[in-house]
Write a protein that binds this ligand. Structure first.
Ligand code: AP5
Length: 221
């Protein structure tokens, strides 16, 4: 069975944390637009350099560039059985472009879980976050520390703090979410695909709720 999901939620809600687990459990791809931009930036492509200017201010990268990058990524082999989209779409323009591209393939998004977390908690999570330089796995210095300080549990690369996790950029990213991404809640609700998940629980409890809500033929435990 094909599985195509969008994980919605504000910056710091735990989309990346949960998307990795969901993708592993279901044997589908994890496609994170922010990770793709950071990868481009890491190898110095033109797209990466353009994206950098927006990311460091907490603004969104323009829709045309973002849509092209993500659509290319979901055409790759490892996404043929399905994918969890993390951080995309983020505007109604991106959502309609995605729907249109999928329609042309006779496909559609199955579900759009929304991880809900209050602003104060988001700030606490983002300001204590560390990310793996190799596989991008997120950690938190208090809530989810790596077993060995400074080293990723999964791939043993070093972990670092993201430039856009500075207080002033966190504030801008939260404002951008309110202004440009909140309308997607109504967009997916009107399609009957939105599922609200309480994100202010332990990581494992959020995973369980997501699994129960999505339950693709028991693929999620
Ligand atoms: P992106 O990388 O997508 O960042 P984001 O959406 O701001 O989301 P985050 O990665 O910050 O948070 P998350 O929800 O994944 O939380 P995480 O699991 O890490 O985007 C960065 C930038 O790229 C954007 O600002 C924009 O410029 C650009 N961009 C990306 N996509 C774009 C698009 N579609 N269009 C245009 N521009 C785009 O968790 C956060 C922390 O909390 C971690 O430390 C984690 O360990 C901890 N944590 C997680 N769950 C829990 C829990 N249940 N309890 C306690 N702690 C927890």
């Amino acid at each position: 069975m094909s599985k195509r999901m969008i994980l919605l939620g504000p910056p710091g809600a735990g989309k990346g944390t949960q998307a990795v687990i969901m993708a592993d459990n279901a044997g589908i791809a994890h496609v994170a637009s922010g990770d793709l931009f950071r990868k481009h930036l890491g190898v110095g492509t033109e797209l990466g350099l353009i994206a950098k200017g927006y990311m460091e201010k907490g603004d969104l990268v323009p829709d045309d560039l973002t849509v092209r990058m993500v659509l290319e990524r979901i055409r790759e082999d490892d996404a043929s059985e399905g994918y969890v989209l993390d951080g995309f779409p983020r505007t109604v323009g991106q959502a309609t472009a995605l729907d249109q591209a999928l329609l042309e393939l006779g496909q559609s998004i199955d579900k759009a879980p929304l991880i809900e977390v209050g602003k104060q908690e988001l700030i606490r999570r983002l300001s204590g976050r560390w990310v793996c330089r190799g596989c991008q796995a997120p950690y938190h210095e208090i809530f989810n520390p790596p077993r060995k300080v400074g080293i990723c549990d999964k791939c043993s690369s070093d972990i670092y703090q993201r430039e856009d996790d500075k207080p002033e950029v966190i504030a801008a990213r939260l404002d951008t979410y309110e202004a440009q991404t909140i309308p997607l809640i109504e967009y997916y609700q009107s399609q009957g695909k939105l599922i609200r998940i309480n994100g202010e629980q332990e990581v494992e409890a959020v995973t369980t709720d997501l699994g129960n809500a999505i339950s693709f033929n028991g693929s999620f435990s």
